[in-house]
Design a protein around this ligand. Sequence first.
Ligand code: SF4
Ligand code: SF4
Length: 133
Amino acid sequence: MKNCNQCGKCCIKYGDGDLSETQEEIDLWEIFNPDIFDYVKNNEIWFDPKSGVRLKRCPFLDIAPKIKPSEKDKYTCSIYLDRPEDCRHYPSLIAEMVRDECEMIEVSDLKNPKKAQEKLDILMLDSRPSSYP
Ligand code: SF4
Ligand code: SF4
């Protein structure tokens, strides 16, 4: 199990309407992060604040600056500390990572998914919300 290399596949895949949000998050954004709340419509994320149309890509997904132009794109989240809980949970299961072609997965993880899950759970300890079982 490798660390996340910021390939962006998860954000690109789920940021277009497949992310869930809680009412509590929405309420907190409304009070403390109006720039995020602008992209909420009818308690769902993410919508263009001007047109009201659902966005095909998360508006907070940025490409990190490169040292050399030839480097592979690396993605960052511009609301990392205030991102939805759904984002904080990812990745949670080995099967999900395999399906999403998450680049944290190594060949040895495929051979021993149970051990890989244990490694993932340790890696994710700081990211997952305290409500995680
Ligand atoms: S809010 Fe951040 S972590 Fe979540 S999909 Fe968007 S860029 Fe990715
Ligand atoms: S798909 Fe995996 S390696 Fe790529 S950004 Fe998401 S968590 Fe990181």
